[in-house]
Design a protein around this ligand. Structure first.
Ligand SMILES: [Cu+2]
Length: 296
């Protein structure tokens, strides 16, 4: 859950997260790197309450992040690339503000692994440009304090190298994984296949066509629940959210893309964007960026 700003949405989601945390225990199957990804640089990033373990430096270019939640609460790893002059502490201050503008003034969404339950795992593949990055977690427990305010943020440096001689997004895509499908995010729409067959993991390329920052966060709906129930919970500060965090890819800056590998159990799901809108401050999910899909 990334860059969430609306106080009302925050409250609703925080209560949702509390429920999810208590529910706990969803096991996400461990993915094996497939053959066409063997050339990728692989980075393990682990989350605990309330820290990350991530290498201090990562080479630029395509990187496969294996995000593992080894904590007892739901966690995510939203990456930001800092603009020049920005610091980690300035970013954390900006993230605490109710709207997204102070954050976007000093940093850009750089993808990351969306929230998974304790014991869960989410793999994302990102094309990283050199620079200083920060990983942060927007989840919160029963005290409603976002984890980034409990110290759950960590900076790392993406170092320039031969793989990333150019700043051009496409030039960084050598060795990119073959995507089963492309998901396009835009103001305010999120489209993905309505039915996903689970005979094998699904590799999605997620492209943000802007103009705003967007994410794709996945929720597995509880049995019998529908998109309607999900939307109703989103709009109510006291509504019980009808599902469990199931990963996805965290917020990407406009006109950038990443890959997310989904290994989802059969069931009904919702994908949504919770980035707050730059004009209305509402989460994009309330402005149409939500889609239901079925895994069978
Ligand atoms: Cu969005």
């Amino acid at each position: 859950m990334a860059l969430r700003g609306s106080a009302r949405a925050r409250r609703a989601l925080l209560s949702l997260l509390t429920v999810l945390t208590l529910a706990g225990g969803l096991v996400v199957p461990v993915a094996q790197a497939s053959a066409n990804r063997s050339a990728l640089h692989v980075v393990l990033i682990t989350a605990k309450n309330f820290t990350y373990e991530v290498p201090a430096t990562i080479p630029a270019g395509l990187v496969e992040f294996i995000f593992e939640n080894r904590g007892s609460q739901t966690h995510e790893a939203q990456f930001f690339r800092l603009k020049s002059g920005a610091t980690e502490s300035k970013l954390i201050t900006a993230l605490g503000k109710p709207d997204i503008k102070p954050t976007l003034a000093i940093a850009a969404g750089a993808g990351g692994a969306a929230s998974v339950l304790p014991g869960g795992r989410q793999d994302v593949i990102l094309s990283l440009r050199p620079g200083r990055y920060v990983a942060a977690c927007f989840e919160a427990g029963s005290d409603n304090i976002p984890h980034f305010l409990k110290g759950m943020h960590k900076s790392f440096v993406v170092t320039s190298n031969a793989r990333a001689a150019s700043d051009n997004d496409d030039a960084l895509l050598n060795g990119a994984p073959r995507a089963d499908s492309v998901v396009v995010l835009r103001d305010y729409q999120l489209r993905l296949p309505a039915v996903i067959s689970r005979d094998r993991p699904l590799m999605l390329r997620v492209r943000n066509n802007g103009p705003q920052t967007h994410q794709m966060e996945i929720t597995k709906l509880n049995a019998g629940k529908t998109l309607k129930d999900y939307l109703r919970a989103l709009q109510s500060s006291s509504g019980t959210p009808p599902g469990k965090a199931a990963g996805g890819i965290d917020a990407l800056a406009p006109f950038t893309s990443g890959w997310v590998e989904l290994r989802l159990a059969p069931g009904n799901y919702v994908a949504a964007c919770f980035v707050p809108d730059i004009k209305t401050n509402k989460p994009h999910a309330e402005m149409g960026m939500v889609a239901a899909f079925t895994v069978r």
